[in-house]
Design a binder for this molecule. Structure first.
Ligand code: TYD
Length: 140
């Protein structure tokens, strides 16, 4: 399951803007980790994995990023191109990420520390995982 929400945008053209999201408010989990991806050349494919348990919230701080989410049968393509859009991704969805503009920056908030064991990095393994019917079976 994923959700794309608009967060508050405080300000105006003259002074600029401020946006925010908070644990268990706009962001529906406790945030334990932040990381950010930047300097990605156009044409490079990132992502290409799913998480078994990890919940994430993504904001494109600058530029634009395309996230393609797949649940094994359906796909949704989401363009993040504004710092007041927040994309919530629940566990169990496969994602492919590409950066559409130079200098794009993708900020990710996650509900847990980095654990490689939580990743599924092979698409065939992912299909097997969701067909086994895990609790976090990914449905878009
Ligand atoms: P990865 O999640 O595969 O990035 P992407 O999906 O954008 O391609 O992570 C890339 C590398 O960084 C991988 O070796 C794991 C490491 N990493 C950490 O050490 N800590 C983290 O919090 C994250 C997200 C990744």
């Amino acid at each position: 399951m994923y959700k794309l929400i608009e967060v508050a945008r405080i300000g105006d053209l003259d002074r600029g803007y401020l946006s925010y999201f908070e644990s268990n408010k706009e962001c529906p989990f406790d945030i334990k980790r932040l990381y950010y991806i930047y300097g990605v050349p156009q044409g490079v494919e990132r992502g290409a994995h799913a998480h078994k348990e990890l919940k994430q919230a993504m904001v494109c701080m600058s530029g634009s990023v395309k996230i393609v989410l797949t649940d094994g049968s359906e796909s949704k393509s989401i363009i993040l191109d504004s710092p007041h859009q927040l994309l919530i991704i629940n566990p169990g969805l496969w994602r492919d990420v590409s950066f559409l503009q130079p200098n794009s920056v993708l900020l990710v908030a996650a509900n847990d520390y980095y654990e490689e064991e939580d990743y599924i990095r092979d698409y065939d393994d992912y299909l097997k995982y969701i067909r086994k019917g895990s609790d976090n079976e990914g449905t878009l």
